[in-house]
Structures are given as C-alpha cells and as structure tokens.
Write a protein that binds this ligand. Structure first.
Ligand SMILES: CC(C)(COP(=O)(O)OP(=O)(O)OC[C@H]1O[C@@H](n2cnc3c(N)ncnc32)[C@H](O)[C@@H]1OP(=O)(O)O)[C@@H](O)C(=O)NCCC(=O)NCCS
Length: 207
C-alpha cells in the first residue's frame, strides 16, 4: 500500500483526529504536510514534511484533513490537478455496514455508524459518533459533525455542513452548501445555501 500523507489545514485540530484515526486504522503515515493559511508546523508525533506544495505526489495517497469544507475542496482539487491519489480514513471503532461505500478522501471517525447502502463521497467527513443510516448519501466535501443523526434516505448535498448533534428525519435533502446549526431538528428539506437552526429547524434569514 502506498504511503499516506496527512494534510493539515486551519488550526490542525481536525488533522490531529484524522492522523490518529489513520494510524489506528493501520495506514502507514508518511508524514504531515502544511497548507496555507494557518497550519501549525507539526502535528502530534507525525513526521513533518513541510509545505504540501513541495511534497511529491508519486507513490503517495493523501487525506486532506481540513475541517473547512471550502479549504478541503480547494486543496483536494489542487492535489488532483497534480495527479495525486486519495485515501479514505475509517477509524477502526466506526461501525460500517458491509454494503456502505466510502470514497477515497473521505473520513469516517470513531463511533460513527453507517447503515446499509449509505454512501460517503470524496472528501466528506462523518465525525465522531455520527449516525448515517440506511440509504443516506453524504456528497463530496460535506461535513457531518459529531453526534449528528441522519435517519434513513437523507441526502446531504455537496459542501453542506450539518452541525453538532443535529438530527434530520428520514428522506430529506440538505441542499448544496447549506448549514444546519448545532442541535437543530430538521423536519423539512433545507434549500441550497440556507442556514437553519432550532427545533424544528427554521431558516435564520426568515422573519
Ligand atoms: C448555525 C450557526 C452556523 C450560525 O452561526 P452564525 O451565522 O455566526 O450565527 P449567529 O451566532 O450570529 O446567530 C444568529 C442567530 O441564530 C441563533 N443561533 C445560532 N446558532 C444556533 C443554534 N445552533 N441553535 C439555535 N439558535 C442558533 C443565535 O442565537 C442568533 O439568534 P438572535 O439573532 O435571535 O440572537 C452556528 O451557530 C452553529 O450552530 N454552528 C455549528 C457549529 C458546530 O456544530 N461545530 C462543530 C464542529 S465539529
């Protein structure tokens, strides 16, 4: 298996989580590469590789461990343009249905549960203890925060953000780039680009 490089963004906090998950999952982690803006120079005990732009891509697979959907996508796009390949990181304490699919570059972290036929696309995050039930789709570069509960057949579109401990009832669509606030209970579709909060979740822009 080729080596795996952990790439930090922002504060490096999400990268710490992904790095430790990768080690526990048995990946050979070649090192940690920094990205701008904001990466710390080092990440736990991961060997520092310096700036990502200076890292060769041949013989490596990458996981872009930035919490920001926008930054994660931008860095992944620039790596893909250089011919890079990506690795999925699946923490060994995640419970993953045999019929679920997880694309390269996705992260499924400790305590997460993926039900039958759940699909996690490239660059998506399913964070600690999140439940993504049967037939859900988490599209590319979406972010499912810790403790979220998606009932069956929910579709989370690209770049959407579902905040800490939010719940979404079955069959709904969380639109492209939408934001669901922490603790929300979503009982209607969320439009692309909208931000909803509360119980039941309502658009923050609505009167
Ligand atoms: C929804 C969210 C993105 C809004 O952030 P924001 O645009 O900065 O909004 P503000 O803090 O200015 O709040 C706007 C209004 O919405 C309310 N609000 C914000 N977040 C809320 C939430 N999660 N639940 C209920 N109400 C909320 C605020 O009280 C405020 O109401 P007011 O105008 O009556 O005072 C943010 O509050 C949130 O919930 N983020 C999720 C964070 C998270 O899950 N992090 C996990 C990282 S792994």
């Amino acid at each position: 298996m080729p080596d795996l490089v952990i790439v930090a963004g922002g504060s490096g906090q999400h990268a710490s989580v992904v790095y430790e998950a990768a080690v526990l999952a048995g990946h050979h982690v070649a090192g940690y590469a920094t990205v701008e803006p904001g990466s710390p120079a080092t990440l736990l005990d991961c060997p520092p590789l310096g700036p990502l732009d200076a890292c060769p891509v041949e013989g490596m697979r990458f996981v872009v461990a930035c919490g920001s959907n926008t930054q994660r996508r931008a860095i992944s796009d620039s790596l893909a343009a250089r011919g890079a390949e990506f690795a999925a990181v699946i923490h060994p304490a995640a419970v993953v249905s045999p019929s679920a699919t997880i694309a390269p570059g996705a992260m499924v972290l400790a305590g997460a549960i993926l039900g039958p036929r759940a699909r996690i696309e490239a660059g998506a995050i399913v964070n600690h203890a999140a439940v993504v039930d049967h037939d859900c789709v988490v599209e590319a570069f979406a972010n499912i925060c810790p403790g979220v509960r998606l009932a069956g057949c929910v579709q989370v579109r690209e770049d959407a953000f579902v905040g800490l401990s939010a719940s979404v009832i079955q069959g709904l669509e969380i639109g492209h780039g939408a934001v669901v606030g922490a603790g929300a209970v979503v009982i209607r579709d969320v439009a692309a680009g909208a931000t909803v909060v509360g119980i039941p979740a309502r658009d923050v822009a609505a009167p």
